[in-house]
Design a protein around this ligand. Sequence first.
Ligand code: GLC
Length: 481
Amino acid sequence: MAGKIINLKLISLSFLILLVLFMNACKSDKKKPEKAKIEIVNYLEESKESFDQRMEWWRDDRFGMFIHWGVYAVPAGIYNNKEVKGDNGEWIMNNAQIPVKEYEKFAKQFDPVKFDANEWAKTMKDAGMKYVVITSKHHDGFGLWDSKVSDYDVVDFAPYGKDILKALSKACKEQGIKFGLYYSIIDWHHPEAQSINAPNYNDWEDLKANPKFPSYLENYMKPQLKELIKNYDPEIIWFDGEWIPDFTHEQGLELYQYVRSLKPSIIINNRVDKGRSGMQGMNKGDKKYAGDFGTPEQEILKTSSTLDWESCMTMNDTWGYKKNDHNWKSAQDLLHNLIDVTAKGGNYLLNVGPTAEGLIPAPSVERLNQIGQWLKINSKAIYGTEKLQNNYKQGDKIRFTKEKGSPIYFAIVMEKPDRTIILKNLKPKKDSKITLLGYENPLEWSFDKKEGLIIILPSKVLQTWSKDTYAWTFKITGDEI
Ligand code: GLC
């Protein structure tokens, strides 16, 4: 009997143990699907904090190099011995109505033997540029990297045979330059994209949408973007060509999600979607569009904006190299643009169009060096600054910036000043020093409510202003009034 009871007890005890084990197993079973669940992040609903964090380096860096480089550098603006109409050299396939097979012949000649990635990165660095955006693929569809999705690239199709993006991304990383990639949604070469409009690929009046475009987007664009992000780890993807009728707002939203999901910290311009309002580049206000910053093209916003923006601009009239475009803006104008953009809280993406041999044109390098010289002394007034609350300027020739989160203000004067400079919107802290960047001794100043801040320049300082002085920066610790 006793044995039976013990047996019974044992059986119920083991039953209890089994029950507990079973319940625990159920519990952990319940947990499992949660653990395995892939987190689906909606990148379009990002919090302000996370957006600000992601954009921080870009806002601080202010100044970048745009590079338009590809097969179009071979004809360099000339087709059948004739100068091709239209400013943009990279549009020659469209502007000269060159059939796909004919254009491919230029690709067969693309052999930039003088390309030196380290030299390019050094040019950026010397210019004070902090990031670069290069055309991985422009509208002509030709890739500057070894794509596994296509053979129409510099490694498989051109005599050069080397991966340009690989070399440049490496050189830029070594120099501390952030690497970004332009990618054209338009593709004049691809049969499922705009090649159906050949040889008038971008006829504004009569653009035909390719019914196969969704397949090109899924099976060509997306795999290429994945490749680019995986292989070259870019910080920026800069889309373009979003205006074609084939591409929709919904596809834009989805494309933004796709690229962010590949690299959550990446920054994407607003041409990923259909929101851009003309060349002024900021989004239309009718609905919410994807994209992290506006892209004014060849222009600077008239005033500042609450949104992030980057003005992209050429130094002459073309993006892609054209042998006969000598209409260069002066270094002074380009630098004044950078100052103006910075004061208005934007970024400046200044373009170079290298030659088919792989050289950045000498007039571009010269201007970049001149800008770099100025930045060596005045960098504090540009990088890591923010716009003022009230006035970003006084008259035409004075711009203001401010060190982020500090009471240090900069007044940048873009013409030779008189003996005194009078500033209406800044009140210096009592007994603080006012200096001219690049000149050691503090300057004499006085402040009075009616007149404002009066800074006095010694004549020996004034005499140092020469024709190569583009701007002077005054550093003032104080408050805005
Ligand atoms: C325009 C042009 C293109 C250029 C771009 C730069 O969209 O079509 O060639 O790359 O501007 O912003």
